[in-house]
Design a protein around this ligand. Sequence first.
Ligand code: ADP
Ligand code: MG
Length: 333
Amino acid sequence: MTKQQSLTEFDVIGQFFSGIGFTSSAATAADSVIELGMGDDCALLSLAAGQQLALSIDTLVAGRHFPHHAPADELAWRALAVSVSDLAAMGAKPLAFTLALTLPAIKLSWLQAFSNGLRAAADFYRIALIGGDTTQGPLSISLQVHGSVAAGTALNRAGAQAGDSIFVSGSLGDAAAALALLNKNTVTDAAEKYLLARYYRPQARIELGLELVSLANAAIDISDGLLADLEHIAKASGLAARVDSWKVPLSSELNAIVSPEQALHYALTGGDDYELCFTAAAEQRQSILALSDRVGVAITEIGSLLPGAGVSCLNQQGDQLDFDQLGFQHFQP
Ligand code: ADP
Ligand code: MG
């Protein structure tokens, strides 16, 4: 590696990546625990009786998923939050994560900022860094999260039932609007700042996911766009999804900077919001609204599941809206 000063790979790991994250000092028999953290060939985890391990990995590549000049602390937060969001979507509790970091060079200021952001996010989501890999190459961040969930209770995409209502958490389209702001040098407008924070600091809905285990039939986190992600639920469950577009929750900040049509387009097809989309029987509506108050996250009912296939989106007059692209495609033809 091109080294600033003469740090070895092991110095970097020791200086910037050790001791990151929450480890419970008062674990009970009901808790899964980290027996051995980073520093050996493998980390060791013990799952509590009756728990399953939920795991998921995501990669963020510079120039593809974020601009090269993105602030390292924000990037670290985002990398962890988007992976933890997958745990939320399954109703799993965060336990530990590993990090494969590819760096063009050892740049201390970048590493310090990245480490600070990662530490803050790991404390926030109560998850510990237990190992990883550090290599040289074009900037890329792969992060794998491990969570625990009571055996057989994880929320998945295939459990939706005909007649279920479709709900989403928070507001949609904010992160897609932020993409257009990422290359701005200075952002002073309050609405623009809010949207950028929604992009860099997505809030994985962990608490909501944990509670939904007993209320929802299916769930997914919105990474590629509402319609595209909802299609995964519809397909896996063998059903059709209908979205009432005027019910889709939009933030006042989004409405302040773009037209109503653009806001709706971002909300339906833009990715990166990491809110949860879930389905539940209509009888659960009251419990779900009560849950919204309890966890302090807005929950909005936006449509329903019906026999059939595909995702349709209606306006208030009952006309079907047409979108050429349902969401973000990672591989362009
Ligand atoms: P090995 O050669 O056995 O795969 P490494 O030399 O790659 O081990 O890493 C040494 C130790 O440091 C391991 O415990 C590994 O998990 C940890 N590690 C390496 N890079 C990172 C990183 N970016 N973040 C956290 N832990 C790391
Ligand atoms: Mg080894």
